[in-house]
Design a protein around this ligand. Structure first.
Ligand code: ZN
Length: 359
């Protein structure tokens, strides 16, 4: 072990699921990496809707308590466990958050996001809401040269998720009309850019005038406020009454009906989330008469993360980071995320104390 590693660290921990007290910043022991594991000094950790689902007991997965959440982690290798040859102290790494076995039928064909023994980092394991975090060495990728930790953390989940949805699952094509629901969300921001990069025309929804204008800045051709009850009709109007070829969905119950209404005959809808509600209705008559395709998409594969890091490194797409907080600011930042007050990403920098100074 490196002498510079302290015995204890600060960590924002969830002591109970769906409890009155949410996150508490504790002084806890710095964990020791086991065989095949790496200790990372966390430099940036993105906040994600899944953190809120974990907090509120809405993930089906077992969550170890007290829990350190945080799925989107970038940092520096601080120490390595037994048998780890690939990584050395000081190397800059980002965690692929879909923990996969590398051996099952899905892993063998590169669909490791579907791993039969898959787990989500920072949900079923401890994650990055702390000064140090443990991750399996096999789940790490190098942060590209000239990319800062914040950028890597900001795309670690949103990037492969949006890329997997649009490119691998829905196969977005040149000239298509793509509707991006909630373009101000972490994945929405990247979806607008990925669809544009593919040569599609982008229609976006956003929940406030400010977010609407920022979606235009990102490259959306038209933006409608999804709080307007007629928003899906407006989308149809912009497509000459035809509807869009592809809907990028990740909100769920709150936008589902409008998303289906906005689809063209022969259109596709790809979905990767449903934090506003997972149960929706589907009119089979419309589904088969209009030959609609509804596509599920889960996170991203290792290759998706590699591809996205390359695109970001080359300036083809870039995340939007609204703010960075210290450990004491996480609870407030989660509230902001919950209240839809975020455009792009909120990040944690655990080295930052109250007032923004570094430790
Ligand atoms: Zn597997």
């Amino acid at each position: 072990m490196n002498n510079a590693i302290p015995a204890t660290m600060r960590a924002a921990r969830l002591r109970e699921i769906d409890g009155a007290v949410r996150l508490v910043v504790d002084e806890v022991d710095v964990p020791t990496p086991g065989p095949g594991e790496v200790l990372i000094r966390v430099r940036a950790c993105g906040l994600n809707q899944v953190d809120l689902l974990t907090r509120d007991g809405k993930t089906p997965a077992d969550v170890p308590l007290p829990h350190i959440s945080g799925t989107e982690v970038a940092g520096d290798v601080a120490a390595v466990g037994e048998g780890v040859r690939k990584w050395r102290g000081g190397e800059r790494v980002v965690v692929d958050p879909v923990l996969s076995c590398g051996e099952c039928a899905f892993c063998r064909v590169g669909r490791d996001n579907m791993c039969l023994r898959g787990r989500i980092y920072g949900v079923q394991t401890h994650g990055g809401y702390a000064e140090y975090a443990i991750a399996p060495a096999a789940q790490l990728l190098p942060v590209p040269d000239h990319m800062d930790h914040s950028t890597a953390a900001a795309v670690a989940v949103t990037g492969p998720t949006a890329w997997h949805m649009l490119r691998r699952r829905a196969d977005v094509r040149v000239g298509e009309d793509v509707l991006v629901i909630a373009a101000g969300a972490g994945i929405g921001v990247l979806a607008v850019q990925i669809a544009r990069l593919a040569g599609a025309r982008v229609i976006a929804t956003a929940g406030s005038p400010d977010k609407m204008s920022r979606a235009v800045d990102l490259g959306a051709d038209h933006v409608v406020n999804h709080r307007d009850p007629e928003w899906a009709d407006q989308v149809r109007t912009w497509t000459g009454g035809r509807g869009v070829d592809l809907v990028f969905e990740h909100v769920g119950a709150a936008t589902w009906e409008g998303s289906l209404h906005a689809m063209a005959r022969g259109g596709r809808l790809v979905t990767s989330g449903g934090h506003s509600g997972f149960t929706v209705s589907l009119d089979l008559w419309h589904l088969f008469v209009k030959e609609h395709t509804v596509i599920g998409s889960f996170a991203g594969s290792r290759q998706d993360l590699v591809d996205v890091l390359g695109l970001v490194a080359h300036g083809e797409i870039k995340p939007v980071v609204q703010d960075t907080v210290g450990l004491d600011g996480i609870e407030g930042a989660q509230r902001l995320l919950e209240d839809r007050g975020v455009f792009g990403k909120l990040l944690l920098d655990p080295t930052r104390q109250i007032g923004g100074s570094r430790r």
